[in-house]
Design a binder for this molecule. Sequence first.
Ligand code: ATP
Ligand code: MG
Length: 651
Amino acid sequence: MSDQANENIESVLQETRSFPPPAEFVEQANISSKEQYEELWNRAKDDPAGFWGDLAQGLEWAQPYDKVLEGEMPETKWFTGGKINASVNCIDRHLDSWRKNKAAIVWEGEPGDTRVLRYQDLYREVCKFANCLKKLGVETGDRVTLYMPMVPELAIAMLACSRIGATHSIIFGGFSADAIADRNNDAQAKLVITADGGWRRGKNIPLKEAVDQSLEKSPSVEKVVVYRRTGCEVDMVPDRDYWWHDLMEDVSAECDPVELDSEHPLFILYTSGSTGKPKGVQHSTGGYLLGTMMTSKWVFDLKEDDTYWCTADIGWITGHSYIVYGPLANGATTVMYEGAPNWPDEGRFWEIIEKYQVNIFYTAPTAIRAFIKWGDEWPNKYDLSSLRLLGTVGEPINPEAWMWYHTVIGQERCPIVDTWWQTETGGIMMSPLPGVTATKPGSCTTPLPGVVPDIVTAEGESLGDNQGGLLVMRQPWPHMLRTLYGDHDRFKEVYFSTIPGCYLAGDSARRDEDGYYWIMGRIDDVINVSGHRLSTMEVESALVAHPKVAEAAVVGFPHEIKGEGICCFVTLKTDDGSPELKEELKQHVRTQIGVVATPDDIRFAAALPKTRSGKIMRRLLRDIAAGRESTGDTTTLEDLNVIANLRQKDE
Ligand code: ATP
Ligand code: MG
């Protein structure tokens, strides 16, 4: 890091719009006043054991815990001595009320087939599949890899693992055979659950084939379960591969849940790898469940009769926490969609909202930018009046994209919750409370109860208002990661060594005069121009505010005079990639945010390189801008061709 004087990150974003929660929303909200929020937040900060201990009464414990929390970060343990089972909390305890007949999962396949699983159905399927796992020799503590399309059986398999205390490790269905093998080996997985294939834009994605290849390099895996989804042809290896439907034929529909330590690893999830080699983030059972349950209730203002839809893939943490565990722990109805947002056409998401009368819709900035590019005519064709609340997660949202979401989708009626969190944090950390917080486009606003963030220098000193720096957490929370699987030293080193006593998020941020947090991007992405440290997100937001720009990714490159120059990769809504437009965009950024942020180089691109979860991968763009070869891991890149095309243009 540079010398002290230049350590702060300068903020150049100018955003003054503010949107108080609509009165009708406030009236019905779970948390509806600033006083209520402050009371919760202060209590959680001053008396975390009392605060979380009270909330933990809302879970079903097989054996009560002795202590709410023990130890200092990073070795904090929650609800020690307590025994609990996640599947019981997500299913069994809803069965002795009318919720038994409530829809737990409303599923829509890409080809248009649909299924609804009531809580009772989910119970039966989970118990049966848990018995199948036992039959195949899976025991408490074993690791099981799930490489599945977005079908209900993915959620069933997760909950079945949790029922017997097997730790699941889900690999997003778009990853390659090598990526599966790496993760199988790292986790020493014993079993893989997959499907023949999955549907994506009308095509069969051959999942089983990828698993077969991966098994040549993953010796720990003994058996494979295959769910039949697309009906494509697959090779079944005798005594290794088993059809899901065959296994399910003659098993009992009752399976006693295993009583597990609160700290028992519920799952491992490899992060998307925007910044390097994937890390096996390990989560607990009791703390994680409590965190996802409470944050779902607070942030999404969940009500008994809501239809809630999170569009993430379950292969990401967002899907784990906010399609499966959080909503089901609350007894909610969660929508699950298998396929692409633009299949058979660009109206698919809006059609689903109209069809199921979705009330709460949670998606990612990358999707919102695509919707904007596809045009307002798509959402305008559908009745979106059922929507009550909108959410976003995954990247900082550019204020102009936020405004579009607010006006076109939310019809200025729905609060937007911009939720900042990470695979490692397990659940949402900072977000508006929709019935309380006035929102500002581009800000994730304020910390949830139990979250004590700060912005510090590299030396750990707290910074004042509007000074950009490192985002850290000063106190532990129940749903934080417990370790990186098999590498506790790396866990301590990555998150807890930079600022002793604090969790380092790896993002840069600033806090404004109202106490609102603004995520500026990843620490690694900060650009140093003539001693000015600028955030990529803020320059990108200026570009996206130009009517012709669809998306932008901004990176630094070595510059003889300035230290670093600013290189902008831009995709356009129209196909006007003229030299004049380049000049216009440079001027636009300069007038929007000032001379210091004037781009040195603008490059038009057909697409930007993204991780499979849809995040812009600036790491690779830095290499291109600097004209060097990329050395980092690219297994999480969505489309290698994008990089090849960008490089070609370069030559
Ligand atoms: P890796 O850590 O392997 O590079 P990743 O960080 O992309 O992968 P996730 O844990 O899914 O994997 O993403 C968390 C990151 O996403 C955050 O650290 C932040 O950079 C970004 N992010 C998520 N939500 C928001 C948000 N609402 N506003 C700003 N940034 C966000
Ligand atoms: Mg990360």
